[in-house]
Structure formats: C-alpha cells, structure tokens
Design a protein around this ligand. Structure first.
Ligand code: KIV
Ligand code: ZN
Length: 513
C-alpha cells in the first residue's frame, strides 16, 4: 500500500469560510484533535495576515508534537519572516509559499509576465531556504495554468530543493480526468520529479473536489490537502474524511492508504462543526447524521438480513459507537464516568465534576439523556473562556399579537448585577436588546444559527452567533433545552470572546508603541 500523506488546512483554508472566526483557544482545541486523528501535516494559518493569526499559529506550533506544523506565505520576504516568527517552538516546522501561475492571475492580479512570476517565486524560495529545511511550494490556480509553464515552474521548485510541490485547483474548475492528467504530465516531464512529493489541493465549486483528489492519487500524488467536513473558501475544500474512507473502503482499487486513526473521524468532524459553527448537512458523505441511517423498508429488511447489502462501511470505523448504557435522572457518577470512557472522553477530575453537574441539570429536564446530549454537554465546556459577563436569568413575554419583551439579569466580573428590560421584533431580538442595554456593548449580530443536538421535542438546541464590533468579530455558542436560553447564552459567550479579543489587541498596540 502506498502511503498518502494528509495535509490538513482546516485552520487556514477552512478558516477562510465565510463567517468562520476561530480564536487561539479554539484553534488549539482543533489542533489537538487533528493530532489524535493522525494527520501528517497541519497548516495552522497565514501568519502575515494579522498579529492574531501569527499568535495563533505560534500557539499551535508550540502545542502539537507529532505533526509537521505549516505556515502559509506569499512569495514575499515579509510573509516569510512572519512564518519564521510564528513557527518558533515548532518541532517540525515547514513553510508553504505560493504564487499564482495562471494567465488570468498573471494578467489581472499580479500584472507579471511568465518570467517575472518564475523569478519572484525563485527568489522567495531562495530567501526561505536560509531559514527552513522543509518548504512546500504551491502554484496557485495551477488548474488553469498552461502545462508547459507548469513544467517550468515545478522544475524550478525541484531545483531549489523544495520538499513538496502543490498543484491547486484553486477555483474548483477541473474534472477528474483533466486534474489526474496534470499529475501524469508532471511525473513524465519534470526532470528529477521523484525528488519531491506532489500534492493535490482541490476546491469544490463544481462538487468535484473529492473525485479530483482521488484522480490525482491515481496519477501519482503523494499528498492530499483538505479540511475536515470539507469547509473552506466558497464551496469548500476536499473533505479529508471522504478521501480517507474512499481509500479505506476501496483499498484494492486505489492501492493507497492514509495513516489516519479513522475512529477519530466522527469526533473531529463534530468538534470542527461546533467550533466553526458550520453545520454538517445530514446527507454529507461519511459524517452527515444520515450517512449510516436506513429509512426505507426494503433497505431496513436488507440490513437486518445482512448488513453488507446496503452498508459499504461501518459506523464503528469512523468512531460511531452504539452505546448500550442509557443514562437518565437516576444515573449516578459511576455510570456517568463509565459512559464517558465508553465514548472515548478523557476528562480530568474537575472537568468530570463539571460535566456531571451539567448532566444532572439536563437529566432533570429530559427523561432520557442521549449520547448526542452527552457529547454536546461535555464538548460545550472543553474550552473555558474567561467570563466577564455571566447570564443569570432571562424572562421573556411573547404573544403573536403583542410586542415581545425580555428581561435579563447578568453578573459582571462576578459581583456587579446588571438588570435590564427591552422590546424587540421577536423574542431573540428582545433578549439581545436587553443584553446590549445591560452591558452597554455596541455590537452587530453578523450571524445566527440554531440546530438541534438530538431528536425529539425535548432535544437540546445549540445556537451559534457571530458578533462584530469595530471590525473585530467573535463567535459564541449556547446550549439549552430551551432555544431562547441557548440564544441568550450564545450571545453572552460571544460578548466574552469579543472582550478577550479586545484585550489582546490593546496589549499588542501598547507593545508596538
Ligand atoms: O487554493 C489555493 O490555491 C490555495 C493556495 C494558497 C495553496 O489555498
Ligand atoms: Zn485553497
């Protein structure tokens, strides 16, 4: 079996998804989980983009141990220096330098002739070589680049000693036979091509990212780039879980395999969805809620007779376990601990205590606490944000012929009581107006989404909001069996995140004076 290296860019290309805004703690949480998943390489961000990005990449670089940590850089010395700074402390640092090569980008974006593109990339690689022993070079928009110019650019990169050459289909334009043919052509026409690994990086604009990436593997790609749940710019990137499971399920056909711990796929997918606020559609391949559900009578009958009639892979492979232990109001600490172990959670004593008291609160409201509920309540508090504001109580009055009003009580800095009442054009709007009045914060609600954590009328609702204040955005989450309470919690959580971000910015501004 040929090993296919997995380059995860959830924290960089994935974070470029509209509305996604991960803070350093969230990036770290995802990075630890990606490490457990067993990815080989992790692109942690674009350090030159902002001081926040640089700091987050640095935090990830110092935290993860068994993964190559990568920082993205344009072909400019300033960006390369930012990656140098960001990767201080990384065990295995790598810089990822890119430059666009297609005629459209050369003419309209770069305003460069071919030879200038080549020289710019070459001098960036020469500069980077002084500081990095591992370099990946990407030909941005390679998918729409002339083959002969691609050969020229890749040959230059090989001569400069890069380790990986990436051939992105930046705009998701190609189909599998075209994309595969590029890899074949490069393999056949670039001298010394065996000195580098070729990498596939696809976008999903025409829904072909997975198919294109698999075509690249069939034509010699050594590395695939993608994100968890396929998040990313526009229609997203290749979904890593789809590639891993395609290779696993059709081993004989592809003759290639990743070294991912497949049983961590489901957990990673859930975490990324939760922290980015990007809901995974039910019918999403591999990780959608319905990916292993059999609804029709004929299918159910087949499944009961022999699972392989309708199941080409098992839910257990990606870490979905059917747990026999059902928890409820009368379940004790011991059963709860067992259940968490069974579900693969390793919590320290304090986390366990907190999770258990939240479980007890929930069990008072719900007859049966499902695995999904437990996952949601455990994962809810894995990341502790310093709480300037804490929601104490909310009261809402609503009637379809009256103006909704909300009254909130919030504790500031653990001592100051803030209480306010406000109206709104709906219950959630009234709550948010009351919170604004109480806290005095002026924010814009840039995004709001809600999903049900489990099934049934008593299911918990999970709300995700994004708030913006003076060009700074922060997201927040709230979980409750009541969607108004979940909405209020999410809003207050986002306010706390905003305050945290504000502090970081002002510290940096002071430092740069
Ligand atoms: O899609 C793309 O071309 C990229 C590059 C920066 C590699 O993400
Ligand atoms: Zn990309």
């Amino acid at each position: 079996m040929r090993k296919i290296y997995v380059f995860d860019t959830t924290l960089r290309d994935g974070e470029q998804s509209p509305g996604v805004n991960l803070n350093t703690r969230e990036k770290l949480e995802i990075a630890y989980q990606l490490e457990k998943l067993g990815i080989d390489r992790m692109e942690a961000g674009f350090p030159a983009a902002s001081p926040g990005d640089l700091a987050a990449v640095n935090a990830v670089a110092k935290a993860v141990k068994n993964v190559t940590v990568i920082g993205l850089s344009r072909s400019r010395e300033h960006d390369i220096d930012a990656v140098r700074e960001a990767l201080i402390g990384a065990q295995d640092p790598c810089i990822h330098i890119f430059l666009a090569t297609s005629p459209i980008h050369r003419k309209h974006k770069l305003r460069m002739e071919k030879h200038q593109v080549l020289e710019t990339a070459q001098s960036a690689l020469r500069y980077a070589k002084k500081y990095f022993s591992k370099i990946e070079f990407s030909l941005e928009d390679a998918g729409r680049t002339e083959l002969d110019f691609m050969v020229e650019m890749v040959s230059m990169a090989v001569n400069e000693g890069v380790k990986v050459v990436n051939i992105p289909d930046t705009v998701g334009y190609l189909n599998p036979s075209e994309y595969g043919a590029i890899f074949k052509h490069l393999k056949e026409n670039v001298p010394d091509i065996e000195k580098v690994q070729l990498s596939a990086h696809c976008h999903n604009d025409l829904g072909m990212a997975t198919a294109n990436t698999l075509a690249a593997i069939q034509n010699g790609a050594d590395q695939i780039e993608g994100t968890i749940n396929g998040i990313g710019e526009r229609a997203g990137n290749t979904a890593i879980e789809e590639i891993a499971m395609a290779l696993e399920t059709r081993q004989e056909f592809f003759g290639a395999k990743t070294s991912l711990n497949l049983s961590e796929i489901s957990r990673t997918s859930r975490l990324v969805s939760k922290l980015t606020g990007m809901v995974v559609p039910g019918n999403k391949a591999i990780v959608g809620a319905n990916a292993f559900a059999h609804e029709s009578g004929i299918h159910q009958d087949g499944m009961l007779k022999e699972k392989t009639t309708y199941e080409i892979m098992t839910p257990e492979t990606i870490g979905l376990k059917e747990s026999k232990l059902v928890l409820g109001k009368h379940s004790g600490r011991h059963a709860f601990r067992e259940k968490l172990q069974d579900m693969g959670y390793e919590l320290d004593e304090q986390q366990l205590n907190q999770a258990f008291s939240r479980f007890k609160e929930l069990a008072d409201k719900k007859k049966e606490v499902s695995d999904d509920d437990i996952m949601a309540l455990v994962e809810e508090k894995l990341i502790d944000t310093p709480e300037v504001y804490k929601l104490e109580t909310i009261y809402v009055t609503y009637g379809n012929r009256s103006v909704p009003t909300a009254k909130v009580r919030i504790i500031k800095d653990q001592e100051q009581e803030l209480e306010e009442e406000a109206e709104g054009n709906g219950s959630v709007d009234a709550i948010y107006n009351a919170v604004d009045k109480a806290t005095g914060e002026e924010v814009t609600l840039s995004d709001y989404s809600i999903k049900s954590v489990s099934r049934g009328k008593d299911a918990q609702g999970e709300v995700h909001v994004v708030l913006t204040q003076n060009d700074v955005s922060a997201q927040g989450r709230g979980l409750s069996t009541d969607i108004l309470e979940a909405s209020a919690r999410a809003y207050v959580d986002a306010l706390n995140q905003l305050i945290e971000k504000r502090k970081t910015f002002s510290r940096r501004e002071r430092a740069s004076l």
